[in-house]
Design a binder for this molecule. Structure first.
Ligand SMILES: NC(=O)c1ccc[n+]([C@@H]2O[C@H](COP(=O)([O-])OP(=O)(O)OC[C@H]3O[C@@H](n4cnc5c(N)ncnc54)[C@H](OP(=O)(O)O)[C@@H]3O)[C@@H](O)[C@H]2O)c1
Length: 249
């Protein structure tokens, strides 16, 4: 049986762990040539080796998305190496949960730089390439936190709200160029994401919540992304919201 993504070139941001890593593996298994973007070189090299051993093609791109020049360069390098860019998966993100009052505002800047501006930069660099080749697909990873704001999630939720707004504007602006745009909204996924929370109490609450339910695993979200990008050419899967069964909000 032919693979679903044979001939497609995909750039996955945040590919060094969690959802991005699982997505790169799932897409490579379906025949996609994958560019892998993140800061941790060792993790990207190991993932690329794994994909190549399975017969796939992978290009590690050691990149800090918070830096516009680096973000743009990674998109261009993908196009140079593989000759096209069919699908951009804007997945990289950080979740530094904390209360607004008394917050370390440097954490706000870090989240906005990666979750919002990094995604904008990569998209901006990809659009001319996709238009020139006659189409493409941009997949933006938001969160349930992009629909529900809670105490302690203010700025993280704000970044994901921004991703939702940007995604809808983008869809309306680019569909005439045959560029599809999808928003993926995961609930609780068991990854490294919450390890970076500096507020000990919120971190504890978050760990306790994960222990109290059966959380999603990264391949569950990779399956949702694969669904969104493998539909017939006239179908645009605009949004995919995936929660664990036991997650109430
Ligand atoms: N886990 C959840 O429950 C959950 C729920 C909803 C939404 N999400 C979203 O899913 C996405 C993936 O998160 P995850 O759960 O898979 O967490 P993760 O395992 O911590 O993955 C985050 C990825 O983002 C990359 N990244 C962070 N800062 C970066 C930067 N400045 N430049 C380039 N890459 C950067 C990390 O790579 P390096 O550190 O190597 O750079 C890593 O590969 C995020 O957007 C997150 O908000 C997750």
């Amino acid at each position: 049986m032919s693979k679903k993504l044979e001939g497609k070139v995909v750039l996955v941001t945040g590919a060094s762990s969690g959802i991005g890593e699982a997505t790169a593996l799932a897409l490579a298994a379906e025949g996609a040539r994958v560019a892998l973007l993140a800061r941790r070189a060792d993790r990207l090299e190991a993932l690329a080796a794994r994909i190549r051993e399975a017969g796939g093609e992978a290009l590690p791109l050691i990149t800090d998305l918070a830096d516009e020049a680096q973000a743009r360069s990674a998109v261009l390098q993908t196009h140079q190496a593989f000759g096209r860019l069919d699908i951009l998966i804007n997945n990289a993100g950080i979740m530094l949960l904390g209360f607004i009052d008394g917050a370390d505002t440097e954490e706000w800047r870090r989240m906005i730089d990666v979750n919002v501006l990094g995604l904008f930069y990569a998209t901006h660099a990809a659009l001319p390439l996709m238009k020139a080749q006659g189409g493409g697909h941009i997949v933006n990873v938001s969160s349930v936190a992009g629909r529900k704001a809670r105490a302690g999630s203010g700025v993280y939720s704000a970044t994901k709200w921004a991703v939702g707004a940007f995604t809808e504007s983008l869809r309306v602006e680019v569909f005439r160029h045959n560029i599809r745009v999808s928003l993926i909204e995961p609930g609780a996924v068991d990854t490294e994401l919450r390890e970076h929370i500096s507020d000990a109490k919120i971190r504890e609450q978050s760990d306790a919540f994960f222990k109290s339910i059966t959380p999603l695993q990264s391949p569950d979200i990779a399956a949702g992304i694969l669904y969104a990008i493998t539909q017939a050419p006239h179908v645009n899967v605009n949004e995919v919201l995936i929660r664990p069964v036991e997650q109430e909000y």
